[in-house]
Structure formats: structure tokens, C-alpha cells
Design a protein around this ligand. Sequence first.
Ligand code: LMR
Length: 422
Amino acid sequence: MALSRKLFQHRSSVSVFGARSMSWWRSVEPAPKDPILGVTEAFLADPSPEKINVGVGAYRDDKGKPVVLECVREAERRIAGNLNMEYLPMGGSVNMVEETLKLAYGENSELIKDKRIAAVQALSGTGACRLFADFQKRFCPDSQIYIPVPTWANHHNIWRDAHVPQKTFHYYHPQSKGLDFAGLVDDIKNAPNGSFFLLHACAHNPTGVDPSEEQWKEISKKIKEKGHFPFFDMAYQGFASGDPERDAKAIRIFLEDGHLLGIAQSYAKNMGLYGQRVGCLSVLCEDEKQAVAVKSQLQMLARPMYSNPPVHGALIVSTILGDPDLKKLWLKEVKGMADRIIGMRTALRENLEKLGSPLSWEHITNQIGMFCYSGMTPEQVDRLTNEFHIYMTRNGRISMAGVTTGNVGYLANAVHEVTKSA
Ligand code: LMR
């Protein structure tokens, strides 16, 4: 009797355990497709020879092929076989971080000399933003982040997953297809003092609309008056004007005004190191002591997430930026990429005008950076995809980096077809 009860108990505990293990993930629904990376998945699945991917912001040459910069190839040749595979420190490559700070804060920055910047290597721009969002949550737990409308879709995910509440501020003006400067300034004024503001340092993603130098000065002044904290996402340094130094202008204006600020930097676009995931998070502090403390806390956040960042991409960057000839070559190659995109903007606009489009396409050449915010509706984008095999995000963003001499005519014709009766 006792034995059969024991057997029964054993069997029922097995079945309870079995039932539970089988049901653990039953409530998990498939995640929605990523609005940007999901476009690439759909593009890859399309067998049409005419298909065009102007979805993801990844540079292509005029033949539509991914590009590895010559300076990167040369850096790889120099690195190959020369280094061990030891862990980097939690804060990443010291050389890479030093060189990266110079790009944002200036070659001869007093702030760097005074060691007032807490900086760590990050997993590209996304990783830098995420590390900052986690830092913000840990040390300003009641704060929120003001995010421009629109912004890069992933910004919302990043601050959401860091549990930082999000507010928005006016940025893009749909009628003029330019900046809603008045709305932006009002929102800065109306936000509670000491709020966090997410700003795109240059080549705003997705709109391609940047404030002018005068407008940046005004924005900086207003943010200072309110004691807000500006956090810059600088994913496209060099892609706006072709010159990384010029593209740091907004940040330099804020530095001159004496802000304490944060910056996310990335080498995905401007060095073409997309998959290497190299970037940097920096936080400008009041003094060296504070910077040491902040850096130690950033490392503390990194340790349980990924311990320390990967070494290869960081070595490529420090090899290039640490060598005057390679750096010169890099600057030339960045300009080459930016110029090709500018050329494609002109070509797309001209093609649309030649087709007799009743709409104005001036904004294609007014906007800058990798993206053109076309003004097309999600339904028009769906038609482009379904009828013409043209893949792009449903917000009407065209990645100009995917436009080539070979496909610009086809693209213009398709855009004309879906917009001509609008
Ligand atoms: C983009 O906006 O297309 C890029 O920044 C790639 C990405 O990760 O979304």
C-alpha cells in the first residue's frame, strides 16, 4: 500500500513537472517584425531580379554592393597575426576610446586633457544608447527622456527596455518637410526643468533634417536655461557634410555653452564597421573625480551584460585613427561615401521632375545624410513594395545609400507612379 502510494506520488510529480516544462513558453507570441531590419528580411525573400533595398541604412557602392573601406582593409593587414585574443578591460580599448573622444570633443579639447569625460567602448551606437539609458535609470530613477518626433525606431525600444518613461518633442514639420523649430523650442521650454533630451548630432534619422548652426545655438541656450541634460546620438558623423569635424558642430556649440552632456558614437556607418559593433559612450562630468566614478559605474553596468566589449573592431578603429596616413585615407573615403549619396539625391530629384511629377521634390536635396524622408504614406510604400519590389520602411524613409546610377531611374518612375494622383 505504502509502496503504491509512493509510486503514485512519484508519477504525479513527474507529470506535474512534465506538464509545467511543456507549458513554460506557451504564452509567448511571435514578436512583431522590426520596422527597419524586418524590411531586409522581406527583401531577401523576394526572388525578383528588379528588387531594390532602400530600407536599412547601410552604405552601398554604385553597383549596389556592400563596401569595406580601403583604410579598414589596410588596418586589418597590419593587425593580422600580430595580437593576442585577450579580454579587453570592461571599459574597452583605451586607445580606441581616446581617439573617438577627439572626434566628438575636438582634437585639442581641454575637457579631454582635464580628464572630465567618463567614456567606455560600447557595442556600436545602439549599445552606447542602451548603456546610457540604463545609467540614467540607475542614477536618476525618476527621470524621463524627451525623444524627437519622429526618431530612429530603436530609440523607443532602448529607453523602454531600460524602463525610462518617454515623452516626445516636436521636430519634423510634415508640411514644409523641414524642421519644426518653433514647436521644438516650445517643448524644450515646457518640459520640467532638468529633463533629459535625446538629440541627433547630425544627419537626423529618419528625416535628414538638421537644425542650422544658428538654430543649434538657440536650442543650446534654451536647454541650458532649463537645466536639461542633452544626450547626443551621433551615428552619422561625416555622413552629413562629408567632414566629421564639421558634423560635430552641434556638439561643439553645446560644449562652448558649458553643458554637461552625453554622447553615443558609432563606427557602423562612417567606417563601414556595421557588424563589428564598435562605438563609444561618453559622459562629460564636472571634474576628474566625478568622471572616474561615472566610468566605474558604466563598467559596472557593462559587466553583467557582456563583461567586456569585442576587440577586433576596436583595433581596426585605433589603428586607423592612430596613424596619420590611414586617418587621412579614412577622411577621404568618408567624403567619397557622402558625396555619392549627395549625387544620388540630385539624380532622384531630377528624374522625378523630368517625369513631370506634380509634387515638389525639393526636400530630397535639402535633407542631408543617409536618409530622405520622402513624405510618402505607408499605403504608397506598400504599393512600391508590392508592385515594384522596392523595399523601404513604411514611414516613407528612403535610404539614399541604396540608390545607384543603375536603379535611380526605376526608383523615380515607381515613386512617380504611386504618388502622381496624391
Ligand atoms: C537604420 O536606421 O537603418 C540603421 O541605423 C540600422 C538599424 O539598426 O536600424
